[in-house]
Design a protein around this ligand. Structure first.
Ligand code: G4P
Length: 535
């Protein structure tokens, strides 16, 4: 194996999802701590106090205590090079989460043991399931009073519609959380102390070791024996293939805060996951181990650092090795270019890098040329990765600048923010450029838009809510290039024909009923629920 193949082989790239407060930040921090990427707890960007340092443009984040943006961190652990993609906790930004998942090969879902499946877990899980990516469940906060582990697994299966396999099983909870039983090794990992340093110290002991009752108490031992028997008899068999296809979720119990169970989780996770997965580009499958570099943009983030007013395009390296010295080909623009200031996030630090490998995420300075889904590859190649699907917005506003003299800034700002994927923008055919129809998946995105237009473009918005709740893309065959006109279509009063800025035509509807109405009366129309690729 060549050096670069070895580098690719040791890479793992996963996204971490959870309902806010389940412990995603704490768990991420522990991973980084074990990997030596940070020296002490409290350094991860997601922590409330440090958050301001990395995304201070997002006053909204601070004001509301939510994470609007997602970021990427890399660390080394036992020979592996691991990329963690953090996802925004708030449901209004699930589109961002979806894009982030496109860049990941698996997901870690953190669940609060006292709460089980929560609203946001449900929503994020749905987004994961769209891609069939492997989902690993970490049931956190076992050091507190927790719900019955059987009940928690059942709830996961029932609510999320995925089979589960408990890889380990907790011994007690709260102050009595003493360890986990490793089902594969048939051993107990008994946690002995929490030094809050790298990892919890633990001893391993067989289930039938006569010393066990002395260690955990006879009652706990009897309970554990019964539970294991029940588990072995009732649960699904472990099937790695089903795990890798997102059909079976391995479940782990632990406590990120006290480090209990975090290391066993990380080790099993690394054992069960694969090296970076290929990505589809039309009829081609681009393999991670291909010699030639390729990547796609999955996220654009503006003003990560207010002092520099910068805009960073995040891309997932799909194949080969990225070399900062070499020119790459930007397929959508048909241009050769050198990626400017390529960087990686190491915990809270940004670091300029010279090279990266398949599986890695790099951020490059974007002078306004990249869009979500763009392909980069070596000059001479021209394939395009399958587009990242766009979610249909559910809320719409008509907006314009209060000050008509600021039309230019207004348009520039709205277009840039749309290019980043934070909002979707539309216009009515033949309408002027004074006003724009904005569509969002969650209403908080409107607040972000307004805030950013004011602070970055000095534009005050005039907004008017629109009654639409549904949007459908009009599917066009290549052979019918002439767009529909409103008079060609039979539309009810609460439906509207609009265009996006790429020339695609869409219909806005106020009710499901009118979608049906339009379909029944316009047989020539083919409507799609998602833009871009099909799921
Ligand atoms: P999030 O990123 O998913 O939103 O959650 P985060 O890690 O910020 O954790 C939310 C709260 O839960 C934090 O407490 C954190 O310390 C606590 N927590 C995380 N994991 C565990 C665990 O395994 N056991 C227990 N008992 N608590 C846990 P906080 O008081 O809100 O914040 P902080 O002041 O501790 O930072």
């Amino acid at each position: 194996m060549s050096k670069y193949q070895t580098e690719i082989q040791r890479r793992r790239t996963f996204a971490i999802i959870s309902h806010p407060d389940a412990g995603k930040t704490t768990l991420t921090e522990k991973f980084l701590l074990y990997g030596g990427a940070i020296a002490q707890a409290g350094q991860v960007k997601g922590k409330k106090n440090a958050r301001a340092a990395t995304s201070d443009w997002m006053e909204i984040e601070k004001q509301r205590g939510i994470s609007v943006t997602s970021s990427v961190m890399q660390f080394q652990y036992e020979g592996f090079c691991i990329n963690i993609l953090d996802t925004p906790g708030h449901q209004d930004f699930s589109e961002d989460t979806y894009r982030t998942l496109m860049a990941a090969d698996s997901a870690v879902m953190v669940i609060d043991a006292a709460k089980g499946v929560e609203a946001q877990t449900r929503k994020l899980f749905k987004v994961c399931a769209l891609r069939d990516i492997p989902i690993f469940t970490f049931i956190n906060k076992m050091d507190r009073e927790a719900r019955d582990p059987f009940e928690l697994c059942e709830e996961l299966e029932h609510e999320l519609g995925i089979d589960t396999y408990a890889v380990n099983w907790p011994i007690g909870c709260g102050k009595e959380f003493q360890g986990v039983y490793d089902r594969r090794e048939r051993k107990i990992i008994h946690f002995t102390s929490n030094t809050n340093a790298r990892a919890a110290t633990a001893t391993q002991i067989e289930l039938d070791d006569p010393a066990l009752p002395g260690l955990i108490g006879q009652a706990k031992k009897d309970q554990l024996t019964d539970e294991i028997e029940l588990l072995d008899g009732a649960s699904c068999d472990f099937d790695l293939d089903r795990v890798r296809h997102g059909k079976l979720s391995p479940v782990f119990f632990g406590s990120a805060l006290t480090n209990f169970g975090v290391e066993p989780f990380l080790e099993e996770f690394l054992r069960m996951t694969t090296a970076p997965l290929p990505r589809r580009a039309g009829d081609e499958l681009i393999d991670s181990f291909d010699d030639d570099f390729s990547a796609f943009v999955f996220k654009i983030q503006a003003n990560m650092n207010k002092a520099h007013r910068d805009r960073i395009a995040f891309m997932r390296v799909v194949s080969g090795r990225f070399d900062a010295e070499k020119e790459v080909y930007h397929v959508q623009q048909g241009k050769k270019l050198r990626l400017s200031r390529p960087q990686q996030l190491m915990a809270a630090e940004r670091e300029i890098i010279e090279e990266a490998y398949a599986g890695d995420i790099i951020g490059v300075f974007d002078p306004g040329i990249f869009s979500i889904g763009d392909t980069l590859c070596v000059p001479g190649k021209k394939f395009q990765f399958d587009p990242i699907p766009t979610f249909a917005p559910e809320h719409f506003q008509r907006i314009r600048s209060v000050d008509t003299m600021k039309r230019k800034q207004f348009l520039k700002g709205v277009e840039q923010i749309a290019q980043e994927g934070a909002i979707q923008i539309f216009k009515t055919p033949y309408s002027g450029m004074e006003e724009v129809i904005v569509g969002v998946v969650g209403t908080l995105q409107f607040d972000v838009l307004e805030y950013r237009l004011r602070s970055e473009y000095n534009v005050e918005l005039y907004k008017e809510g629109l009654p639409y709740e549904f949007l459908r893309w009009i599917v066009r065959e290549e052979e019918d290039p002439i767009p529909f006109k409103e008079e060609d279509l039979l539309l009810p009063g609460d439906a509207k024909l609009v265009e996006d800025y790429k020339g695609n035509q869409l219909l806005l509807f106020a009710s499901r009923w009118s979608i049906q109405w339009v379909q029944e009366r316009n047989k020539q129309l083919k409507l799609a629920e998602f833009g871009g690729a099909k799921f």
